[in-house]
Design a protein around this ligand. Structure first.
Ligand code: TNX
Length: 529
């Protein structure tokens, strides 16, 4: 009897094994692929399209911004299949640009005979290519993979929100241009289209301003922990912007004011109204070592700690406004994107009656130089310019003030999407003040449900900030950003009714194989097991 049982069990295992094998080899349907962010509509068809030697692409319709998308796609196909796609007539891959559609929208029709991409502009085509990339096996991320075929069907897709951003604080710790580019590449895959650079704070000024050179000579010379710091020359900054643009990402520069400005006060004492620096983590400025002539009695020490809220520009002096005008002008002149972020957060030592007119003047200067101003939610205490944008991070009542003035908002709820929060109590780096943010906490929120009375019509989009008090290098950035940025990307792209954490989790679980192939240092959440 026992022998018979054993025989039966073994035969079952073998049978399942034999049936299972071909099933597993069979290609997943289009709808079974783990695309992030989840596309709006996916229809399966029979068969698949195989990339083969001699294949090519053709472009129908006009657009001046397709070039980068094509460059990305042909390079990726070459790297993953070895095939050199060339432009030719009657090509297997057809890219049609239809300017009457929204620029970020796209559709992809895959048949055994070819692929037809239709997009509103180069940006939509780039997103179609990113989707196709995710239809290829994970191995394709690493290098040449034999025989790549993708399943037949049709994907029709477009974003829920036009603003889908990530913020990198390059002030608390400075990151090289190469590290910023790496982040740009990594987030572009998920159709993130904004990179907000937090370029100044108490601990460091990170962008060359030709009319005020001490900002970088002194203000850029250190960082949290007292390390070397650094800054971007205007040429570096333009390089980052051009690189981001080639991934259809707009850069938003932020100069935080009137608070978070100790790096300014250490560089030019004339803007210091007499602030009190925290006792710990001061660093005396050695002007000789830094190559700066003369003395400056009113300048503060540099600050290398992580306290916030102790600094302010002197809002009562006229020269302060000349200074911020120079800064805004120089940066606006080399920023092609429409936005300029004026910070405005945690100005705890600026009296409200001084804060409000300061913000109003700063906004007016931004407008004068042709940009739209964005500020952290506190700016809504001031009278906002018609098109100014408030960025929600802390206080719902501030966002209500902005909404009452009819201004649009960007949603960055700290308790859900602050990338500097720890995942759990064991996370090596990061803070906990907004809570622990595991992947479900990062995913389970909806922009229209954060602030009562602030619905879709007032929401420009979403952004995940990475503050870097404890983030020191590229590996740390990857660890805090991934996987959480994919949650942000999906919340910004996919309408609420089309997404759920369970479904996202299943896709993410498979998707991490790609990050393994790329050698990324992402957080391996126990929630994915
Ligand atoms: C609050 S969020 C800040 C930053 C800090 C961050 C740390 C915001 C507008 N201000 O200055 O880096 O907390 O989590």
């Amino acid at each position: 009897m026992n022998g018979l049982k054993f025989f039966l069990v073994m035969s079952c295992i073998c049978l399942v094994g034999f049936i299972g094998l071909p099933l597993e080899r069979k290609q997943a349907k289009l709808s079974e692929h783990s695309i992030i962010p989840k596309p709006l509509e996916v229809v399966d068809r029979e068969g698949s399209f195989a990339f083969k030697d001699g294949m090519g692409y053709q472009i129908d319709g006009d657009t001046d911004d397709l070039e980068y998308g094509i460059e990305f796609f042909t390079k990726f196909v070459k790297k993953s299949t070895g095939i050199e796609l060339v432009q030719k007539d009657n090509a297997e891959i057809n890219i049609a640009i239809d300017g009457s559609k929204e620029p970020e929208s796209y559709s992809i029709e895959i048949t055994p005979a070819g692929i037809v991409i239709s997009a509103g502009a180069g940006q939509g085509a780039f997103y179609a290519f990113q989707t196709i990339r995710q239809l290829m096996p994970a191995e394709a991320e690493k290098g040449k993979t034999a025989d790549i075929a993708i399943p037949a069907g049709k994907i029709t897709d477009k974003p829920e929100y036009g603003y889908r951003g990530v913020m990198l604080d390059v002030s608390r710790h400075f990151f090289l241009v190469e590290d910023v580019k790496s982040l740009i590449d990594q987030v572009a895959k998920y159709k993130v289209n904004k990179l907000h650079l937090h370029l100044s704070d108490d601990q460091g000024w990170r962008i060359e301003i030709k009319s005020w050179p001490n900002l970088t000579n002194i203000g850029g010379s250190t960082q949290v922990g007292g390390g070397k710091g650094g800054f971007y020359t205007q040429e570096d900054y333009k390089d980052i912007i051009a690189y981001a643009a080639s991934r259809y990402i707009t850069v938003i520069p932020e100069i935080d004011m009137p608070g978070h400005t100790n790096a300014v006060l250490a560089s030019y004492g004339q803007f210091n109204p007499g602030i009190e620096l925290p006792e710990e983590n001061r660093l005396a400025v050695d002007r000789k070592v830094l190559g700066v002539d003369g003395e400056d009695e009113s300048a503060t020490d540099l600050y290398t700690g992580i306290k916030v809220g102790f600094s302010t520009l002197d809002t009562k002096k006229e020269i302060t406004y000349q200074f911020i005008e120079d800064v805004i002008r120089e940066i606006a002149e080399i920023t092609p994107g429409p936005y300029f972020h004026i910070g405005g957060d945690e100005s705890l030592v600026t009296e409200l009656e001084d804060y409000k007119p300061f913000i109003e003047r700063a906004q007016a200067i931004v407008t004068k130089y042709g940009k739209t101003s964005i500020g952290w939610d506190e700016i809504a205490h001031a009278k906002l310019e018609e098109n100014s944008i408030a960025q929600f991070w802390a206080k719902e009542k501030n966002i209500k003030l902005a909404a009452d003035q009819g201004n649009k908002v960007i949603m960055s709820p700290s308790k859900h999407i602050y990338l500097d929060m720890k995942y759990d109590s064991t996370t090596r780096i990061g803070h906990t003040w907004a809570g622990l943010i595991e992947i479900d906490q990062a995913y389970n929120w909806e922009p229209t449900e954060l602030v009562e009375g602030v619905g879709k019509e007032l929401i420009l989009g979403v952004e995940a900030p990475l503050w870097t008090e404890s983030v020191e290098n590229r590996q740390d950035i990857e660890f805090m950003v991934f996987p959480r940025i994919t949650a942000l990307a999906e919340i910004g792209w996919t309408p609420q009714g089309h997404r759920s954490f369970e479904d996202y989790k299943q896709r993410l679980k498979k998707h991490t194989a790609r990050w393994d192939k790329m050698g990324m240092n992402y957080y391996r959440s126990p929630k994915l097991d």
